[in-house]
Design a binder for this molecule. Structure first.
Ligand SMILES: [Zn+2]
Length: 484
């Protein structure tokens, strides 16, 4: 594939070269479940014509991780499963507020810029939500199953100062189900989380199912990776699911193509994403028009790694005049510099007055690079997932805790870190916990890694406000990518 010169270089923003990243979703465990299910439940054959036309199986390498390639089943396969759909609910929306308290109508979610870097595209701002004001640029820890693995809500809200969490629409829809969450008072009350919640659309997960889903203009039908039940997502139903959750910030249903894909397929896919975003936004506006609750809906810029398609998509989505914009289709196996390039391609098109959210990024050294390209919000599973695997991010570089050199190391994990783990335990003790397979290791390691990400974002915000962000960026680049 032709990769044009990086616009970043033209603007004096050198590219970052870091190792390729694994896809953020699904997790290896989920991928195993998908493969197991696929082997036991081959899809019905023949496939509908629409699916055959729209899924470019010839252009997706079979070596892509997490892609399930299942041979067609005989024509006399078992009868089709019923498809579960989300009916437009007649119940009122979830009452606003922590523990379900109902208050007066609140101001809409809004964003204000408090400082801008004159040399890069970085800006510091305040994102006002019904569940608190969020200082941006912000990193959002990922709570896939309405929990950040290894941490309590008190750890997150009170000790770490997390202002906004990400939860996963697809996983919570399948289990425990959006209707149950609605009955429990919404996601904030269900998980006892006092601050803001952003939910993704589920598009990334559904399209990761590969052979277990089919797409047409109405939406996507897929088989649950848990039990094989068939479900349908439409642009409208995903809005209703997220309203049942009471999410402060919702994402529209989008198609997230694998990498690489052809320009033609990426164009078709991007145009469908724009049509879905238009439908979703229309439905969202009608649903919230008479509601006392306050939410925002972000459409998602797609277009694979083609800057021209990204710009076309951003231009179309900007016309929707939504409360913010997400940039999706990142961390799908592409080289890291390419991720930065496609983010930069749309920076001057997306409205300056709205927050921009780069989905699923990145490594610590990349955080200031995205901020330098105008990104205000980011999320990634890396700090929590890597923590559980013994990969720790410190201000002095990475620490692979299983290495023998830490066996009798009495120093704290990171002497510059204020977290409970670093104030209390030695590297030797952490290594012992890891080697022994103790649960406490995951708890302590996750606590530290999330703290490290939050500290980086705090440093970035301070640097933008004080006018020293270019110097901060230079120092970050001077350090090795692993120094994050
Ligand atoms: Zn620490």
């Amino acid at each position: 594939m032709h990769i044009p010169p990086q616009p970043g270089a033209q603007r004096g923003i050198p590219s970052l070269t870091v190792p390729a990243q694994s896809p953020a979703y699904p997790t290896p465990k989920t991928a195993r479940a998908i493969r197991r299910f696929a082997s036991q439940n081959p899809p019905p054959s023949p496939q509908p014509e629409a699916e055959q036309a729209l899924i470019p199986t010839q252009e997706i390498p079979s070596t892509l991780r997490f892609c399930v390639t299942t041979p067609p089943a005989p024509a006399a396969a078992k009868p089709a499963r019923p498809v579960a759909t989300v009916a437009t609910p007649t119940q009122p929306l979830v009452p606003f507020g922590y523990h379900g308290s109902v208050g007066p109508p609140l101001p809409q979610i809004s964003f204000e810029i408090v400082a801008e870097c004159p040399h890069t595209r970085a800006r510091a701002g305040l994102l006002h939500t019904p569940h608190g004001v969020i200082e941006t640029p912000v990193f959002m820890p990922v709570g896939t199953q309405a929990t950040v693995k290894g941490l309590t809500q008190r750890d997150l809200a009170e000790d770490l100062g997390v202002a906004i969490l990400l939860a996963n629409t697809y996983h919570l829809y399948l289990r425990p189900g959006h209707e149950l969450i609605r009955q429990m008072g919404g996601l904030h009350q269900f998980m006892s989380w006092p601050n803001a919640i952003l939910t993704d659309s589920g598009g990334f997960q559904v399209f990761s199912l590969s052979g277990l889903r089919k797409i047409d203009e109405q939406g996507v039908v897929f088989n649950s990776h848990l039990n094989g039940d068939r479900h349908a997502f439409t642009p409208e139903s995903i809005v209703d699911v997220q309203l049942a959750y009471g999410s402060d910030i919702q994402m529209v249903l989008d198609e997230c193509p694998e990498y690489p894909v052809s320009h033609e397929y990426a164009r078709q896919s991007m145009q469908r994403t724009v049509r879905w975003a238009t439908q979703a936004n229309r439905h969202f506006l009608s649903r919230i028009a008479q509601s006392p609750t306050r939410h925002a809906l972000f459409p998602i810029v797609q277009g694979s790694m083609f800057p021209d398609l990204r710009r076309e998509c951003a231009t179309a989505l900007a016309d929707l005049d939504t409360d913010g914009y997400a940039i999706g289709g990142l961390s799908v196996g592409e080289p890291r510099p390419l991720s930065l390039e496609v983010v930069e391609a749309t920076e001057d098109i997306l409205p300056r007055s709205r927050p921009r959210y780069a989905m699923g990024v990145g490594m610590p050294a990349e955080l200031p690079e995205y901020v330098a390209r105008g990104v205000d919000m980011m999320d990634c599973v890396l700090p929590s997932r890597n923590a559980r695997n013994g990969y720790l991010f410190t201000s002095e570089g990475r620490v692979i805790i299983k290495h023998a050199r830490y066996k009798d190391d009495a120093r704290p994990l990171d002497p510059n870190c204020p977290c409970y783990t670093c104030r209390t335990y030695s590297r030797a003790y952490l290594r012992h916990l890891f080697q022994a397979g103790e649960i406490l290791f995951s708890v302590l390691a996750t606590r530290h890694n999330v703290q490290r990400y939050l500290d980086i974002m705090r440093e970035i915000r301070d640097a933008i406000r004080s006018g020293s962000f270019p110097e901060y960026l230079r120092c970050a680049r001077a350090a090795s990518p692993e120094a994050g």
